[in-house]
Design a protein around this ligand. Structure first.
Ligand code: 26Q
Length: 829
């Protein structure tokens, strides 16, 4: 089917759709027959899903072809977003939505006797990321396409994305994720753009005819990088950019014919080694694993991507490097792709034979770096010995970069060795380490944090000397989320209600949501708004019943904490509060509280013992409370297994309360906070990350802020925080912590939950859970009271939705464009 179906504004028009519907039906049936070899009578949901995707993909590829042609003809400058993670989730609903074909497809399939919402459930999530950083990359490429900006995402085509979580007897079990087992209808292999990547080996120093010293890297292994493209459809369906993901394969040409002539078995081993590179996503976030394979993954995708960029540049400009910095900007999503900096230097100096200074000039005009964390354990460092083994030439280049940089530091602070030690790329510890953050700052022209407070702390605490050396280089770009996925697609009922009130252009101009403010006190609108929420809660309640066989009361407050499991995010603070409510109810069955359902979704890194213990504790406390008749249904605790993008899309529209309770100064930004508030949930949160900016937008009367702020955290810690003070002073805290030591929640297994108590007492409570407990509990009382005033709650919820305009990822991208990337949009004809 080649006809253009649907209109291109994203708002389907009825007249056009009647024709489009017919074509859509024909195309789906055609694909059932000719692509899938089945028919309308035999097809199961999976086949219908595939046929629908194939129908969409025809439209998508047409858009892609036009976009690439326009970009080529206009010789556009483009941003290249380098990220080890892209957490895309499902694409069918997104692509239908962005092409304005959702209603067309829905009706077409209905006439064929198929429910679109059912077949959408067939799609596995593309879970090629851990959490916030990976989902941010996905939101950003959605915005880039929507804003018609020339952009390409570069990453890794992991065979296994983030593990699937099962809960067995309360404990997390990891199972492999196999998102491609039954094929992926969106991806296209591009064998014409394969790259060869070198690893290991040694460096030879040669003297060239011109007297120039030449370095030649003789690799010990060469692997193939095969590009797989995922089209990224902008809202309105005009621009279709790509996400290019590299899959590693054995390079038969090199390893079989040259190195292993006759060594068939050895060659097989090398094949396996090559294919291992893109096998699996590392499931740790915020902890540096330091594994050799992880470094190889990083280098692999950076080298493939740089070569791809250079190939495309050369096609237009030949060997003339003078326009490279006009055409290319590369954004490094954290330090994971920082090895791209010495790799570009290597290509320019060793291959293109540019002078060092010229090459460095190019590098430092091409790269920009986003920092996503201040946690010391999350700052990437690689042993120099490991780099030397895997990338010997890159280590030399890093030393040279550092050597020249140290000279600059000496000019600024003559003879000051402490400054040099603080700024050096090399950490002279027991084992020499390469600090990737420093390399990134030095090799980039701009560095940004991801929320105002975070960027301030990056300047003050993480890189103060760099800020002094290069004033203005460190800046802020506050994160955002795409309202297309996180409101329009995931909450269709609320979207339609909003459309009716303020029109349909809010998905691309989110500040228009402020138009809802004038209805915030309107009783009719409040009823409609809360009716939508109730229906969403019913749907989630049904899901909870199906998945866990737990009955929840849809009139209870749905209190939601969804994010990776980390001590600093303090799911255990939430848990201790739940235990305190339970205890109050046991002591006083008339304890006055509105019924509440506490809902969690969280994966723990497989090696993070305490995080897994907290998941276990949540599940054990849930079992006990949910089955205790004395609680009288006032509290339910639900841990939904396998939290992921598609589950978030069901939970967020059904949430009343959003838990954003990290220790102040630890959560760089958070983006779940934005998604929940956009869907009318009220935040209970600390003054951390983007919570602060959310509070500024909605106003302090429409958010529940509690606890220590960054300065108070700092003060308490520097005065010597002793958690036992809170343990002995606060009888409730003591009772709850002591409870964890009994077998009350784990019959027959006394002490099974004791590690949590130990971390909060003997191990010093590093995230100040006990210090913030009372303030949190008081804030929860304010939430409880507020919910009883139905009208006031509805007003607050509406205000939250109305005031989220700032947090569209379109605004983040506009900030990047104007402050860092200096891009122009390109109209696609
Ligand atoms: C590093 C080395 C080895 C293996 C894995 C990693 C690794 C992987 C992922 C380290 C960190 C991450 C992810 C970090 C992350 O998601 N950070 C979050 O980024 C969001 C987007 O900016 C912020 O909103 C969150 O506050 C921040 O925690």
């Amino acid at each position: 089917m080649n006809a253009k179906i649907g209109n291109k504004t994203g708002a389907p028009a009825a007249a056009e759709n009647t024709i489009a519907k017919k074509e859509f039906k024909e195309a789906v049936i055609q694909h059932l027959h000719c692509t899938l070899g089945t028919d309308e009578n035999k097809a199961n949901n999976h086949a219908w899903w595939k046929a629908t995707c194939a129908t969409m993909q025809e439209q998508v590829l047409e858009g892609l072809r036009k976009t690439q042609k326009s970009h080529y003809l206009n010789d556009t400058r483009a941003v290249h977003y380098f990220s080890a993670e892209f957490l895309m989730g499902r694409l069918l609903s997104n692509n239908l939505q962005n092409f304005g074909l959702f209603d067309v497809a829905n009706e077409a399939l209905k006439e064929l006797g198929v429910e679109l919402s059912d077949i959408m459930e067939e799609e596995p999530d593309m879970a090629l990321g851990n959490g916030g950083l990976g989902r941010l990359a996905a939101c950003f490429i959605d915005s880039l396409a929507t804003m018609e900006l020339p952009a390409i995402g570069y990453g890794i085509h992991y065979e296994h994305g983030l593990f699937r979580q099962e809960i067995q007897n309360g404990a997390q079990i990891e199972r492999p994720d196999s998102w491609r087992d039954f094929g992926n209808p969106w991806e296209i292999c591009r064998p014409e753009s394969i790259q060869q990547i070198s690893l290991y080996g040694y460096v030879e120093t040669k003297y060239g005819d011109n007297g120039r010293i030449q370095k030649e890297w003789h690799p010990g292994l060469i692997v193939k990088g095969v590009p797989w493209d995922i089209p990224v459809v902008g809202y309105g369906g005009k621009t279709v950019n790509v996400l290019r993901l590299w899959k590693s394969e054995a390079s038969h040409y090199f390893n079989w014919d040259v190195f292993n002539a006759g060594g068939y078995v050895d060659a097989q081993r090398e094949n396996i080694q090559a294919e291992t590179i893109s096998k699996v996503l590392y499931p740790n976030d915020e902890t540096e694993a330091g594994k050799e394979l992880r470094l190889i993954q990083q280098y692999f995708f950076c080298s493939c991507s740089l070569k791809d960029i250079i190939r495309r540049y050369k096609r237009a400009h030949g060997d003339d490097w003078s326009r490279f910095v006009e055409q290319v900007v590369i954004q490094l999503n954290d330090t994971h792709p920082a090895i791209a900096i010495p790799e570009l230097m290597r290509i320019l100096v060793d291959r293109a034979e540019l002078d060092w200074d010229k090459a460095w000039d190019i590098c430092t005009q091409v790269f920009a770096y986003t920092n996503h964390t201040l946690l010391p354990e999350a700052l990437e460092k690689w042993p120099a010995r490991m780099l030397e083994k895997i990338l010997p030439r890159h280590l030399e280049i890093i030393y040279e970069i550092n050597h020249r940089f140290m000279a600059l530091v000496d000019k600024k602070w003559p003879g000051d060795n402490s400054k040099k030690a603080a700024l050096s790329i090399i950490e002279e510890s027991n084992e020499k380490m390469v600090r990737m953050g420093h390399l990134s700052v030095i090799g980039s022209f701009a560095v940004n944090g991801v929320a105002e407070i975070h960027s301030k702390l990056v300047k003050q605490n993480l890189f103060p000397e760099f800020d002094e050396l290069w004033p203005g280089k460190l800046t802020n770009v506050t994160n955002g989320i795409t309202p297309r996925r996180w409101l329009k697609a995931c909450n269709p009922a609320l979207s339609k209600l909003i459309d009716k009130k303020i029109g349909t252009d809010w998905p691309t101009q989110l500040t228009k949501l402020e138009g809802l403010l004038k209805y915030a006190k309107n009783k009719t609108f409040q009823k409609q708004f809360m009716k939508v929420k109730l229906e969403n809660k019913k749907r989630l309640a049904a899901e909870i019943k199906t998945l866990l066989d737990i009955d929840v009361d849809v009139n209870a407050i749905f209190d939601v904490q969804i994010k990776r499991l980390h001590e600093y995010k303090r799911q255990h603070l939430n848990l201790l509060h739940i235990m305190s409510l339970y205890r109050r109810l046991l002591e006083n069955p008339d304890y006055d509280m509105h019924p509440r359902v506490f809902i969690f979704g969280a994966k723990a890194a497989p090696g993070y013992k305490l995080a897994k213990d907290i998941i276990y504790a949540i599940n054990k406390v849930a079992d006990k409370i949910n089955n205790d008749p004395r609680v009288n249904g006032k509290i339910k605790v639900v841990f939904l297994p396998n939290y992921r993008v598609s589950l978030a899309e069901k939970m967020i529209p059904a949430s009343d309360v959003s838990e954003q309770i990290s220790t102040a100064g630890k959560e760089a930004s958070g983006t779940g906070n934005m998604k929940l508030a956009l869907n009318g949930a009220l935040t209970i949160g600390t003054l951390d990350g983007a919570n602060i900016e959310i509070a500024e937008e909605v106003g302090e009367d429409n958010i529940f802020i509690f606890g220590l702020d960054v300065d108070q955290v700092h003060e308490l810690k520097s005065n010597g925080y002793n958690p036992y003070d809170f343990y002995y002073k606060d009888a409730e805290i003591k009772a709850i912590l002591d409870w964890l030591e009994t077998d009350y929640f784990t019959p027959g297994r006394p002490g099974a939950l004791v590690s949590i108590k130990q971390s909060l007492l003997d191990q010093g409570d590093p995230y100040l859970v006990l210090a913030d407990f009372r303030a949190y509990s008081d804030a929860q009382k304010r939430v409880d009271e507020a919910y009883r005033d139905k009208d006031r709650w509805a007003e607050m919820a509406i205000i939250n939705t109305a005031k989220m305009g700032k947090f569209t990822s379109d605004r983040s991208i506009a900030d990047y464009v104007s402050r860092i990337w200096k891009l122009s949009s390109c109209e696609v004809r």
